[in-house]
Design a protein around this ligand. Structure first.
Ligand SMILES: [Zn+2]
Length: 552
């Protein structure tokens, strides 16, 4: 009787169980982060984009058109960390590309690792591989995937920049690879590869001589293309002496490489994008990503867009050329994934690690009241003012970067100086500058009412143990550094929309075509991936699932 009842129950409930079955996880997740891609670049060149690149992603994928970074400073290290940890620098600790490390008593670079066990793999250059994600204080979605699948899932990071490869790949990746300017090799560190030897497939890839092939092509304009979205007289803003890419089209990349004895120029030219996708394709094939039921994760970040816009700005033909070529590369890469993994078996998301500003020189010529705030010389000038106030030369400032000031608390304690006096002298001088919107100590920042402009974003960028003691906010349109990249170039880092508003497109697998203009934070990407994969979100996650992406 019991057996019969069970049989009847099974007959009744089986179809129901089948209906509510959890959808299969994608076999491969591909994260594509385009360095410094502003939101409007999705549309700025749309008339010239191919049918298979951005246009296909927008047509067949789901676009979150109102995606912003929910903290500042908006730089590459924090951007990649926020995307993959689902939280802000306040929790993941990646407050900038560089900051003052009180233990080292010097500036530290985000992924720099001084442990003697961390060595370069793949190049005789000592420092270029001394990197790891050890500084990242929360887990990544890629870490969580490996933990969830008992390490059967493979995770790999690919980016010309070390930080763009390491931070996405997380703490327990199977590999993270970046570019060595000296040898032209893809390299890694012993953090990932304890044997100290590159995997065979990476060595074989490096032996193909692709950098030489790409440099020999030179950087030429696309034949017949009019570059209508760029200014043909933009060169007036550029610094003609700036190396390595001074001059105009066509650029002789081989000559530049020989003169500088470095492959660095390959980072800036659009061939850097092709070269990165070449390596990503090799990783998919050689690591056999996406072939079995345990989901794998490929993190690809494209840096050439950032190097190019830093040097040339957003109105230059070089930048338009870079995006048109990126568009074609994306088209080819998506076709490769379709063929290799199957359209329904992978999920790809495309976003950026921050946006980019208009060039101040250009805006100035158009009567905007903007300029460049000379952060490089700020320390000297503030020390002078403090010296006059105190009647002695005390050297109270340790470091200034990313609109933050680190004070020397040993000296302040030793000389029994009132810290609030120091803060108010500094604030007074900064407020006198046309560039500065406001200045806060960390305590003052935390006490600001929530509706004070940009207060939540500024707080999201502050880590209690790592950030500077005094924070200042510039007015819209101002740059915080003397352009390192030539006068026509641009930068990023602020709380303003041009730096925070980025594309976010989801594509492949069960993703339905569509778009939303609801507010999405960059920290929402990781929990949305966790929902798709039915795994836990990263351990410091403060983002939320983007429900509209999950609609079936
Ligand atoms: Zn960046």
């Amino acid at each position: 009787m019991l057996r019969k009842t069970l049989l009847i129950l099974a007959v009744i409930f089986l179809p129901l169980a089948a209906q509510t079955q959890t959808p299969a996880s994608p076999k491969l997740v591909v994260g594509v982060v385009v360095d410094q891609m502003r939101y409007d670049f999705l549309y700025r060149y749309r008339d010239s984009y191919s049918e298979n690149g951005f246009k296909r992603l927008l047509k067949e994928g789901f676009s979150c058109e109102n995606t912003h970074f929910n903290y500042a400073p908006t730089y590459t290290g924090p951007g990649h960390a926020a995307i993959y940890t689902g939280t802000t620098p306040a929790v993941n600790g990646i407050i900038a590309n560089d900051w003052w490390d009180p233990q080292w008593n010097r500036r530290r670079y985000v992924t720099e690792d001084t442990l003697p066990t961390v060595k370069t793999v793949g190049s005789p250059e000592v420092k270029v591989g001394q990197h790891s994600p050890r500084v990242l204080m929360s887990s990544t979605i890629t870490d969580e995937l490996k933990l969830a699948y008992n390490f059967r899932s493979e995770v790999v990071g690919v980016c010309l920049k070390d930080r763009g490869s390491i931070l996405p790949a997380g703490h327990i990746a199977d590999g993270a690879y970046w570019f060595d300017d000296k040898t032209g090799n893809w390299i890694t560190s012993t953090y990932y590869n304890k044997s100290g030897v590159l995997p065979d497939w990476v060595t074989r890839f490096n032996q193909q001589g692709l950098p030489e092939k790409y440099l020999a092509q030179g950087w030429k304009k696309i034949e017949g293309h009019e570059y209508r979205q760029s200014y043909d007289d933009w060169k007036q803003y550029e610094d003609a002496t700036y190396q390595p890419l001074a001059g105009d089209f066509p650029y002789d990349l081989n000559k530049i490489k020989s003169e500088n004895k470095s492959y660095k120029v390959l980072r800036i030219a659009p061939q850097g994008t092709s070269f990165t996708f070449d390596f990503a394709r090799a990783a998919v094939s050689q690591m056999q990503l996406g072939l079995d039921a345990d989901p794998d994760f490929l993190c690809v970040s494209l840096s050439s867009t950032d190097y190019c816009a830093h040097q040339f700005g957003i109105h230059a033909e070089e930048t338009e050329d870079t995006y048109l070529k990126l568009d074609r590369e994306i088209g080819q890469f998506v076709s490769f994934l379709d063929e290799k993994i199957g359209r329904d078996n992978y999920v790809l998301f495309l976003t950026a690690d921050h946006g980019g500003a208009e060039t101040p020189e250009h805006l100035k010529a158009l009567n905007f009241g903007v300029g460049v705030f000379d952060e490089d010389n700020l320390e000297k000038s503030l020390e002078n003012t403090l010296g006059q106030y105190l009647g002695m030369n005390a050297n109270l400032i340790k470091y200034i970067a990313n609109q933050q000031i680190w004070l020397d608390w040993d000296v302040i304690d030793e000389l029994e100086i009132n810290p609030s006096d120091v803060a108010s002298v500094i604030a007074q001088q900064l407020r006198d500058s046309a560039a500065v919107y406001d200045v806060f100590t960390r305590d003052e920042l935390m006490m600001l009412p929530a509706d004070y402009p940009f207060a939540p974003l500024l707080r999201g960028g502050i880590h209690p143990k790592r950030s500077g003691d005094i924070i200042y906010q510039l007015n819209p349109g101002w740059h915080s550094e003397v352009p390192l990249f030539g006068g026509g170039g641009t930068t990023h880092g602020s709380t303003y929309a041009y730096d925070t508003h980025v594309p976010l497109i989801w594509f492949g697998g069960p993703i339905r075509p569509g778009e939303t203009f609801s507010s999405v934070n960059i920290t929402d990407i990781a929990p949305t991936l966790a929902a798709m994969l039915r795994i836990m979100e990263p351990n410091g996650c403060t983002g939320k699932v983007i429900e509209s992406v999950m609609k079936r």
